[in-house]
Design a protein around this ligand. Structure first.
Ligand code: CUA
Length: 156
């Protein structure tokens, strides 16, 4: 009788530990569910980029005397808007995201070089002092036509 009661206590203790253990796993799984890997505060579903402001209307907007905001999207295999034109000396604040896979955004001859992740918004500011045609290249392998993925920024 004595031993039997002790066993009962131990079994009860074991069951209690199991319940605690399972609820800890459950809580962690729930917490992870609340914060999925893409759940960065800037994140969005890449498929919804086209319908999410400001990326529903990619374009160049003047925000200061010679200061612009360029809202851009990258996709296989190009950028929108294509071939932007700005005055010499313009400071451009790029805001860019990808509609599909990882792309790059590099302007050779400048320090502009960033990764463009699907659904993640990336920012970079650059002042284009010298007039000319600046090539914008994708430097992340993104598929068959990766090598031809480019646009230009014309500074005059
Ligand atoms: Cu886009 Cu390589």
């Amino acid at each position: 009788m004595h031993i039997h009661r002790l066993e009962k206590i131990w079994i009860g203790f074991g069951v209690a530990m199991l319940v605690v253990f399972l609820s800890v796993i459950g809580i962690s799984a729930f917490a992870m569910g609340m914060d999925p890997p893409t759940g960065h505060s800037h994140g969005m579903d890449p498929a919804k980029v086209d319908s999410t402001a400001p990326f529903d209307k990619p374009g160049l907007k003047q925000v200061g005397e010679n200061e612009y905001e360029a809202v851009m999207t990258a996709f296989a295999f190009g950028y929108a808007p294509d071939n932007m034109e700005i005055p010499a000396g313009a400071t451009v604040h790029f805001t860019i995201t990808s509609k599909d896979v990882i792309h790059g955004f590099q302007i050779p001859g400048t320090n502009v070089n960033m990764m463009v992740l699907p659904g993640e918004i990336n920012h970079l500011t650059h002042t284009f002092d010298k007039p000319g045609t600046y090539l914008v290249l994708c430097n992340e392998y993104c598929g068959g036509a990766h090598e031809w993925m480019k646009t230009t920024i014309i500074v005059k």
